[in-house]
Design a protein around this ligand. Sequence first.
Ligand SMILES: NC(=O)c1ccc[n+]([C@@H]2O[C@H](COP(=O)([O-])OP(=O)(O)OC[C@H]3O[C@@H](n4cnc5c(N)ncnc54)[C@H](OP(=O)(O)O)[C@@H]3O)[C@@H](O)[C@H]2O)c1
Length: 230
Amino acid sequence: MDRPVALITGATRGIGRGIADELASTHHLLVGGRSADAVAAVVEALPSAEPFVADLTDAAATQGAVRGIDRLDVLVHSAGRDATRHLEDMTREDWRDLMEVNVIAVADLTRLLLPALRAAQGMVIMINSGAGLRVVGSPAYSASKYALRALADGLREDERGRVRVTTIYPGRVDTDMQRHLQAESGRGYNPAEHLRVQSVAAVVRTAVDATPEGTVEEIKIRPIPVVPKG
Ligand SMILES: NC(=O)c1ccc[n+]([C@@H]2O[C@H](COP(=O)([O-])OP(=O)(O)OC[C@H]3O[C@@H](n4cnc5c(N)ncnc54)[C@H](OP(=O)(O)O)[C@@H]3O)[C@@H](O)[C@H]2O)c1
């Protein structure tokens, strides 16, 4: 296979799907998702791709899915979930579920793939959030994204000279996650107030195309406010 290889988690929908469409022109893709059918539909639509099916909160399933990957140029962590509740409404189990997807699964998948990433002098790209830089909305969601930021910052130093690590901090993006969040808060949804997934994917492209002596460590991207006409 001539193409470099990229694994994208959460590639069945939203930002991950946008990143898959962007990288499809240059990379062989491992399309990450929980549902074999949803993953197969994305694989079918791309020129060079194969499935990577696992619920990333399931350690054994994750370990099984990485078997056979011995070279990996790009690992994009886009799988993640939102949280709308505030502290007084969250049980220990709610906290565990959130941290499991947004932090622990990311750490574990990265650990399993580090040998393959080192072999390729590859890169890890974490889709964080503006909520990983300041607390907005649910403190629990921010706590998970602050933890993800610490994970990325630590990994970057540990792997400096071997594997490059990029964190992307998007503001609101027009995806199912944002529609769900705003439906729960009772606000009307206006896609024009959001970034398009293609805009986040373009930032990923910037990191992936960094020259060999350089590394893009962090990028923050936010939607510009919609100015009423007239
Ligand atoms: N949308 C925003 O405004 C926004 C802004 C900043 C950052 N982010 C971050 O960007 C990332 C992607 O968000 P999005 O808006 O694209 O979300 P989305 O539309 O809800 O898509 C989430 C993706 O993650 C996958 N996923 C969720 N839990 C999983 C699990 N346990 N195992 C494997 N895959 C799992 C989903 O797979 P299924 O199809 O199987 O459910 C889906 O492909 C998240 O980390 C989010 O925190 C989003």
